[in-house]
Design a protein around this ligand. Sequence first.
Ligand SMILES: N[C@@H](CCC(=O)N[C@@H](CS)C(=O)NCC(=O)O)C(=O)O
Length: 230
Amino acid sequence: MAIKLYDLRLKGDRRPSPFCWRAKFALAHTGLAWTEVPIGFTDKAALAFAQSTLVPVIDDGGTPVKDSWQIALHLEATRPERPLFKSTQARAFAEFASGWTDQTVHPGLFPLLVADLYDKVEDKDRAYFLETRGKRFPGRTFDEVQRTARESAIPAFRASLHPARRALGTGVYLCGEHPGWADYALASALLWCRAVSSFKPLAEDDALVPWFERMLDLYDSMGRRAPATS
Ligand SMILES: N[C@@H](CCC(=O)N[C@@H](CS)C(=O)NCC(=O)O)C(=O)O
């Protein structure tokens, strides 16, 4: 039975969730087929079987697993033939990459795309998004936050990606010759932006541009084929 992946959907079948993208990369890496169950921000009842209020959630033949990292660990434990991590050291590096992406990359990127993201949220979910995300920017509209961020925060955001440029060096992937979790985590953040905004988080001459193009091509061009905003 194919795994079911509960994924966030916005207008035009856009799939922005960076955590869902991590789960998709993990599934594809492991060579698994899956079917997607797209839901909106407020369709929480669909996730109750997994005792979750957030996506991604998977249903693996009756076993519910929530949280992108837990999904990765579950796949590692149940499908050891195509391991995501291979060693405890690789797993520790992967966890570090998740933490860096969650705590540096996402917060840096969010203000740069928040108004574009809000614009793509399904009408039925807009009040929920405004209420939950608006709290992060008290007294300011998403338009104002995004405009100010694009005027002043792009250099700092791009500088925050130096660790990834260093890991890439002159190589092919952040994880070396083959893509791994660090690649998936950062590419997922950039796919979040690509789904909802024409904003280019990377400068044209950034060494990460050819890397991201490679990431878009992976697994039958899964990332490139996804609805984007250009
Ligand atoms: N730590 C979780 C984070 C999941 C998460 O924050 N998901 C967001 C989408 S990117 C979500 O479901 N948001 C729904 C909401 O805010 O109600 C993971 O790694 O899966």
